[in-house]
Design a protein around this ligand. Structure first.
Ligand code: SF4
Ligand code: SF4
Length: 452
């Protein structure tokens, strides 16, 4: 009988074979794993999940088994285990392969999984439909319809999941909750640009990856990123034709969809050495993994490796070329929570903090366990609400203990997860991107001029 093609999981496990030999007795990753810490179940730990993956590949466990599916589904994909692992097991890639295996062998029957698959295939891969979906989401948010449904209790009446989803959307708004006591909340001019724009004269060009969720719900973060880059002498350009990074697809096991998007982005950004700047940790880590994602694609493999080498988070870009300090922005106690993928996927969390250090007299406090996932993890919070809520509760407790009323984080998903959790818990917390605070600081330093 002709042997079948090896599965993507078998290939991924084979490439990690040597590292995995060390895995049986070690266990150093266990305490770094948020799901293991919450459940105490070995199967919810990195080592346990690796054991299940190997059992599937060796034919000791069916890929269709509830045990395999449940414990792989319950992984946040935060990659904290990679940082803890002395053997250097690249767990994130194994997880994506395991999820692709589950998707291939047993399409989820219905419910939210079927809805997610439909949306990923028929909305997220079609830029016009995705733009329309975000326009609708902004309408629901900005017309205050979301807030009305939440305050009236109607959203909760439908389901607690619907209430949380709507709170996530509402928490992406720039409108600060009335509980937030900002000492620096004087109205800022609506449109601001650097006083001396580096339009020409050989100013270095950087290309901005806008990210679908950021462009759809956090345009203010992209605008702040462009202004800060320009205030530091770069020309920030946003190539047309760029699409979603594909992270949601990859995390859901939809690797073909992720590859389609990856090829489109590689084409859109062209072949050069020009840095590609992101301000979303999840997207940045995904873009940086295109080399791996398209390794078997004859036409794109080399181009994908080149593209991945160009990816920099905004903090890394500023740190590389040096950047200006701003002016003080107030006395609110501020803290920082690291996006898992910025931290473990891009190793860019320390650079992100530099943006905050450039703000004089910032009342900053370190957040304990900042490196631990917030439970957002893409759409994990909607697919695994109970475990996500438990992980989030730990994060909110740490924030409350810090006494901070402003929290900066470099990823749209983390922003919404923490802001929504804080809102439902009645906490007074403004969540923003570090580059928004630096942008505000630059404005107060007079580095921008109003266009009106
Ligand atoms: S990715 Fe995160 S949740 Fe998943 S096994 Fe690793 S540490 Fe645990
Ligand atoms: S730290 Fe690495 S080698 Fe050790 S159990 Fe975890 S995955 Fe295996």
């Amino acid at each position: 009988m002709a042997s079948a093609q090896p599965s993507s999981l078998a290939t991924a496990l084979a490439s990690e074979q040597e590292k995995l030999l060390a895995c049986v007795h070690c266990g150093l990753c266990l305490e770094a794993c948020p799901t293991y810490v919450v459940t105490g179940d070995e199967n919810d730990s990195p080592r346990g999940r690796l054991y299940l993956m190997r059992a599937v590949e060796e034919g000791r466990l069916a890929v269709e088994s509830a045990t395999f599916e449940n414990h792989i589904d319950r992984c946040l994909g935060c990659r904290a285990c990679e940082a803890a692992c002395p053997a250097g097991v690249e767990y994130g890639q194994l997880l994506e392969a395991a999820r692709a295996e589950i998707t291939r062998s047993q399409p989820k029957p219905g419910g939210i999984h079927a809805l997610l698959k439909f949306v990923l295939r028929h909305v997220w891969l079609k830029p016009k439909r995705l733009r329309a979906a975000f326009a609708l989401a902004r309408f629901v948010r900005d017309s205050r319809l979301a807030r009305l449904l939440l305050r009236s209790g109607l959203a909760r009446g439908i389901s607690s999941e619907f209430e949380f989803a709507l709170t996530l959307l509402d928490s992406s708004s720039s409108i600060i909750d009335k509980n937030y006591r900002a000492s620096n909340d004087q109205a800022l001019p609506a449109r601001r640009m650097p006083a001396h724009r580096p339009q020409d004269a050989g100013a270095p060009v950087v290309l901005l990856f806008k990210a679908c969720v950021t462009e759809g719900l956090f345009q203010r973060v992209n605008a702040a990123t462009a202004r800060v880059l320009e205030a530091n002498g770069c020309q920030a350009q946003g190539p047309s034709g760029q699409v979603c990074c594909g992270a949601l697809h990859a995390h859901a096991g939809e690797l073909d969809g992720a590859r389609t998007l990856a090829r489109q982005n590689i084409d859109a950004f062209g072949e050069s050495d020009t840095p590609v700047i992101t301000n979303a940790g999840g997207c940045g880590a995904m873009l940086a993994s295109y080399g791996h994602l398209l390794a078997e694609d004859e036409k794109y493999a080399q181009r994908a490796r080149n593209f991945s080498a160009r990816i920099r988070d905004i903090g890394q870009q500023l740190e590389t070329d040096g950047f200006r300090n701003g002016a003080a922005i107030g006395v609110e106690r501020t803290t920082y929570d690291a996006s898992c993928h910025l931290l473990h996927g891009q190793h860019g969390s320390a650079a992100a903090l530099q943006m905050l250090w450039a703000i004089p007299n910032l009342n900053f406090v370190l957040l304990k366990d900042s490196e631990v996932c917030c439970g957002g993890a893409g759409v994990y919070n909607l697919l695994e609400p109970e475990l996500s809520e438990q992980v989030l509760a730990e994060k909110l407790k740490r924030i409350e203990d810090s006494g901070a009323t402003v929290l900066a984080t470099g990823n749209a998903g983390c922003h919404m997860q923490i802001a929504a959790g804080a809102r439902l818990a009645g906490m007074s917390l403004r969540v923003c991107h570090p580059v928004e605070l630096l942008d505000e600081s630059y404005q107060r330093a007079g580095l921008y001029e109003s266009e009106r």
